[in-house]
Each structure stands twice: as C-alpha cells, then as structure tokens.
Design a protein around this ligand. Structure first.
Ligand code: HEM
Length: 463
C-alpha cells in the first residue's frame, strides 16, 4: 500500500481506513439495520466530500458519489463487480456478476435475448395467470395478510414458471423452500458448519442446483429431439443458442449458475418494490385514488376473466411512475461494490489496484440539485424521463451491468398492482411502518394489512 502511494503522482482520497479488518463495517451495518444507511453516508460526504476512503468488510474501499462518479463506475471495464465470497459459493462461479470482459458480454447477451421486451411481451398472459392464481390462494377471503412473504412467494412462482418452465407441484414447492433457506444465509459470515446460517444456505443451494441441473438436462434432451420451442423458458432459450460450431452456446454450468442468479436477483428485488408500493398507497390516498382510477379504466375495457395484455400494460403509465418514485426513494439495492483490476484515477485521486469501489443509489436519488424536494413523493418527476440527467436515477444500475430484468420487473409489478388495486382496499395493521435493511429493505413486521374486498363480482373473476 505504501509502495503504491510512493509510485503514483496521484493521492488517495481523504478519510481513514479505521481499525484493521473491522474498518467502518459495523457503523454502516448498524445504520442499515436502523434504516439510516443513507444518513450515515451523507455524514461521510459532509466530512470528507464526495470521494473518500474507508474500509468495508475487510477491504480498503473508495466511496464515490455523484453522477460523474456513477458514470465512471458503471462504464469502466477496469472496475469489476466484487461479490462477498459467500455469494459466489452459493450461486456459482459462472454467473454474469462474476464474469468479466468478453465472457460477461457473451453470457449477458444470451440472458438479455430472453429478457428483452419483444420476447417478454408474449408472456404477459402467463404472468397474469400466476398472479390470479396467487390471489385466489392467498388473498381472497382473508381479512388480514402479511404482504412481504406473499410477494416473495408470488415473484418466486413467476420466475419458476417463466425462467425455468417449472409448473406448480412438489418440485416447485421444494425449490421454494430451498430458495428461502439459500437467501437467509446469503449475506452471513461464510462459516460452513451444520448449525450456521451459511452452512444451511450452502446445503439448500446444492439441492436447488440439483433440481436446476436436472431440468437443464431434461430440456437438453427435449431440444435435441425438437420437442420444445426455444422461447419456452430461459433455460430452453439458453440451450438453443449455440452456433453451428457451438462457440456461442453456454455450458450446462453457465446455464445452471445463471438460472440460480436470476432466481435470487429477480425475486427479492421485485417483491420489495411491490411491498413498498402497497405500503405507500395505504398511506397516500391521493396517489392511491389515481392508481385505482387508471387501473379501473383498464379493467372496464376487459371482458370478465380476460387476461391483461402488453397493450394494457402500456396504458399503466401513472402506476409505473409511482413504482419508479418508490424505487427512487427506497431502492431495493442500496448500492454495490466493484474491484479495481489496475490502478485507476478519478477526479485527481488514485484508486489503487485491488481496492474496492462502493457506490450507493440513494445519494443521487436524494440530491436536491437533481430531484427537487427529494423527500417529497412525486411520481410526476418521471413524466418526462429524458429530463432526468443520465446516471442520476440508478435503481436499476446503469451502463455495462444495468439490470437486465427491469422489464420483467415492470411487467410483474404492473400486473400485480392491477389486480390488487381493482379488487381490494387495504389498511396497514401496524402504526410502526418502519423498515430495516437486511440488506434489502424490509418492513419490520413484513407489512401486515387489513383487506377489504371491493366488489364480490370482480373477486369471482379473479377466481
Ligand atoms: C425492482 C426490481 C429490480 C431492481 C431494483 C434491480 C436492481 C438491479 C441493479 C441495481 C443491478 C446492477 C448492480 C450493479 O451494477 O452492481 C442489477 C443487476 C442485475 N439484475 Fe436486477 N433488479 C431488479 C429485478 C431483476 C429481475 C426481475 C431480474 C431477472 C429476471 C434481475 C436480474 C439481474 C441480473 C442478472 C443482474 C446482473 C447484471 C450484470 O452483472 O450484467 N433483476 N439489478
């Protein structure tokens, strides 16, 4: 480290690396738990400015903020994602978040081909079916429900159906249990012992991987016999990509690892968004009324029991702006890490090779110079999205690793909000509507709500 400082003409940013190993990790983790992570970071910015050094999770780190810093991080090939070793051991080594350079481009392009709007628009009906089934089983006829676990169940079912082509049944149920266990230990200390969270999570990941490997092999055999169309589900799609020489194709390991990644990346994030939408709408009657109005207009144009279509989703502009405003104020992903593959410089400061770089989405989201009155909930900010400067709204990231699942998240969120807003009114059961970050935001009690059905006839249609 000292050699680095001497050999470079550039200086390190201000700040302190704190105590060995611990650094500032406990301070940040405590703040995240208390849902004050953003204030904690703002405190650093006040003290050291928009670029500072610190030590997080055992590694020297540079914390960068602002649109120019976001652009630098998101577009820089010398900064590669840095995942905790626990995550790599659970998801596998060949996921897009581990791959760099050409390998990353190749696998990402393959996944993107399935997740692009042109393909996904054919799946609106399938998602509609999953949502209606879920409402019938878990919401209709109940006076109270706890929203977060139900939303997690719903997004898991949607992923299973679209990504793995896995229909309802014992196999899906088993995978659901394994997925929950896997997530519970994903961010834990990576100690693989029978009684640790991480050990449990690792065993669940082995079981889930077995199921996905079996599905992959079965699909490979079916593809070879021409029995399934390539657009059937993500796994089948990835199996049919190979060029004649097989060079563009993905290996079974790459397919299984990335299916595991999509399972995790695509299920907790969207369920968090839907939960916080319900939480906000319960507290904001004006926005709720506007969402209901938009959704009821669409419902009026449908025959009883008719599924939503891509065109219907296109009309849900206000509801999606509400979702974007939720994502601005409570981004599911607080931020993430990169690692410098070589010495790089930003704004006159050195980022030494091997150091981490940390970005946090809330900093530009809550910057009054970018979003006026940032604490005010105002979906109209997103009426003209081109007026938002680049690299400022980064709930889905940006650049080389921008979230490939944003369109998928949009579809499932809009379909779900359509049926909830047209079928129910809801009230929060708890006065305490605080949330913790664990690391995703989570209402302290999972958001219990009282449900009031709007119209019995409509509920029959959901059934
Ligand atoms: C509201 C929902 C979602 C949010 C807020 C979200 C957020 C993000 C963010 C911020 C990143 C970039 C991380 C970084 O640059 O370090 C990302 C990456 C990613 N997301 Fe999402 N995501 C959501 C839903 C989904 C869904 C539904 C899927 C899959 C169906 C998905 C799959 C992925 C994958 C595979 C990556 C890694 C991309 C890469 O490294 O090239 N996400 N997501």
């Amino acid at each position: 480290f000292l050699t680095k400082q001497r050999s470079s003409s550039k200086r390190l940013p201000p700040g302190s690396l704190g105590l060995p190993i611990i650094g500032q990790s406990l301070g940040l983790l405590r703040a995240m738990q208390a849902s004050t992570g953003e204030q904690w970071l703002q405190g650093r910015i006040k003290r050291y400015g928009p670029i500072s050094k610190l030590s997080l999770f055992g590694a020297p780190t540079i914390f960068l903020t602002g649109p120019a810093a976001n652009k630098f991080i998101f577009m820089n090939e010398a900064l590669v994602p840095q995942q905790p070793s626990s995550l790599t051991r659970i998801l596998g080594k060949r996921t897009i978040i581990e791959l760099v350079g050409e390998d990353h481009k190749r696998v990402r392009a393959a996944v993107m081909q399935f997740l692009k709007p042109d393909v996904l628009k054919n799946y609106v009906g399938k998602i509609d079916r999953e949502v209606r089934h879920h409402l019938k089983m878990n919401w209709i006829g109940r006076q109270t429900v706890t929203v977060l676990p139900l939303m997690k169940g719903l997004t898991f079912d949607i992923i299973c159906s679209l990504i793995f082509g896995l229909e309802r049944g014992p196999l899906r149920e088993g995978l659901g249990k394994d997925c929950a266990d896997m997530l519970a230990g994903m961010w834990a200390v990576p100690l693989n012992l029978p009684f640790t969270h991480f050990g449990k999570s690792l065993r669940a990941s082995h079981r889930a991987r077995k199921v996905l490997t079996r599905i992959t092999r079965e699909r490979r055999a079916m593809v070879a016999q021409g029995q399934v169309p390539s657009s059937e589900d993500l796994i089948t799609h990835l199996l049919t990509l190979g060029g004649e020489d097989g060079t563009n194709g993905l290996t079974d390991e790459e397919i299984v690892d990335n299916a595991m990644l999509v399972l995790v990346a695509g299920h907790d994030t969207s369920s968090t968004l839907m939960t916080f939408m319900m939480r906000h709408l319960a507290n904001d009657q004006v926005t709720y009324a506007a969402v209901v109005h938009e959704q009821e207009e669409i419902a009026k144009s449908k025959a009883p029991g008719e599924a939503l279509t891509w065109d219907d989703l296109y009309k849900m502009k206000y509801t999606w702006r509400v979702a974007l405003e939720i994502l601005r104020m409570i981004p599911p992903l607080f931020g993430s890490f990169r690692r410098a593959l070589k010495d790089v410089e930003f704004d006159g400061y050195l980022i030494p090779k091997g150091w981490q770089v940390f970005w946090a989405s809330s900093i530009t989201h809550m910057d009054a110079n970018i979003f006026q009155e940032p604490c005010k909930f105002d979906p109209t900010r997103f009426e003209n999205q081109s007026s938002i400067p680049p690299y400022c709204f980064v709930a889905f990231g940006s650049g080389l690793r921008i979230c490939p699942g944003s369109e998928f998240a949009r579809i499932e969120t809009l379909v779900t909000m359509h049926y909830l807003a047209t079928r129910f009114k809801w009230r929060l059961c708890c006065r305490d509507d605080a949330f913790v970050r664990d690391p995703l935001p989570s209402p302290t009690q999972g958001l219990p709500v009282e449900l009031e059905p709007k119209n019995k006839e409509q509920l029959m249609i959901v059934k």
